[in-house]
Write a protein that binds this ligand. Structure first.
Ligand code: PDD
Length: 289
């Protein structure tokens, strides 16, 4: 079955979907996006994704083109029209179409909206979600990566470097030698005392929805967590490491720059958090977290 996309108010076959050549998203990366997981046909953490989308738009002085409730309905309709069971739903909102000029166009501009879906694998349990390798490299991004914009070239370059090193992810490192986050994931370690550590929110990381849910699940289930930045040296000596995102869930990291983490297998804290997160994603766990 060919896929259906929602484009500026209409549901169209994705192969025929088109955007304007002077769309500011295309010319300036002047747009924001969200990716939500769809599990069993149902969006995971829909309110969190919609709220973050609103915050991203606000940070760029772009108007939300429809209410969060209406957008939620469009996302669900796109999922339904594609008969998507397990996968992701992607939404991108750009400032709109205008003759190319850097400053925001004066007067009202109709934002462009595109919604698409894609099939994605789902981990059944911790045993089928293999640990992955990570490489580290300098964080070359701009200073507002808490805004989920489509300006992802530095992230793409980092991911490409990881792919060339046969790694799953690149952990980006700031000028102080502290890990910020992955190219498309948040970064975590478990220290020598068994405490789970992840960088606090700020302009230098994306406020991951998965990160937020995992923090809440950890606290609710007595797993000690600290929000502080950690160095690459510390990460390589960590008892466990893992990463989180909408599509990675909680994914064990078993090597960093070729150095084995712990005993090279999924650690007990990571296993527990993945289990809790899977239950949550399937509809149990924290209600509306
Ligand atoms: N990536 N950090 C970055 C830079 C990201 O792009 C993402 C998400 C995350 C994790 O956020 P969340 O838990 O809300 O997915 C962290 C999405 C999935 C993507 O670009 O495909």
């Amino acid at each position: 079955m060919s896929r259906i996309a929602f484009v500026n108010g209409r549901y169209v076959p994705q192969a025929k979907a088109q955007v304007h050549v002077e769309d500011r998203g295309y010319q300036f990366a002047d747009g924001v996006y969200e990716v939500a997981f769809v599990l069993g046909g149902r969006m995971v953490d829909e309110p969190g994704h919609l709220a973050r989308l609103s915050r991203s738009l606000e940070a760029l002085a772009m108007a939300m083109p429809m209410t969060e409730a209406a957008l939620g309905a469009v996302l669900r309709e796109t999922i339904a029209r594609n008969r998507l069971v397990d996968g992701i739903v992607y939404v991108q909102i750009n400032r709109g179409v205008a003759p190319r000029a850097h400053a925001f166009p004066k007067g009202p501009l109709r934002p462009s909206i595109v919604v698409t879906v894609k099939l994605m694998p789902v981990p059944r349990d911790a045993d089928t979600w293999a640990g992955v390798a990570v490489v580290t490299l300098p964080d070359l991004r701009w200073k507002r990566v808490d805004v989920k914009t489509v300006g992802l070239l530095a992230n793409c370059m980092a991911k490409q470097a990881a792919a060339e090193a046969r790694a799953y992810e690149a952990w980006m490192v700031d000028d102080q030698g502290l890990v910020t986050e992955g190219a498309s994931t948040n970064a975590w370690i478990v220290d020598g005392e068994g405490r789970t550590v992840t960088r606090p929110l700020g302009p230098d990381i994306l406020p991951g929805i998965t990160r937020d849910v995992v923090l809440r699940l950890a606290r609710a289930h007595g797993v000690p967590v600290i929000e502080r930045a950690f160095t690459v040296v510390e990460a390589k000596a960590a008892r466990e490491a893992f990463l989180t995102s909408t599509t990675s869930f909680v994914r064990p990291v078993i090597s960093i720059d070729g150095q084995t983490i712990g005993n090279g297998a999924t650690g007990s804290v990571t296993r527990k958090l993945l289990g809790l997160y899977l239950d949550h994603a399937r509809g149990a766990g924290l209600a509306a977290a």
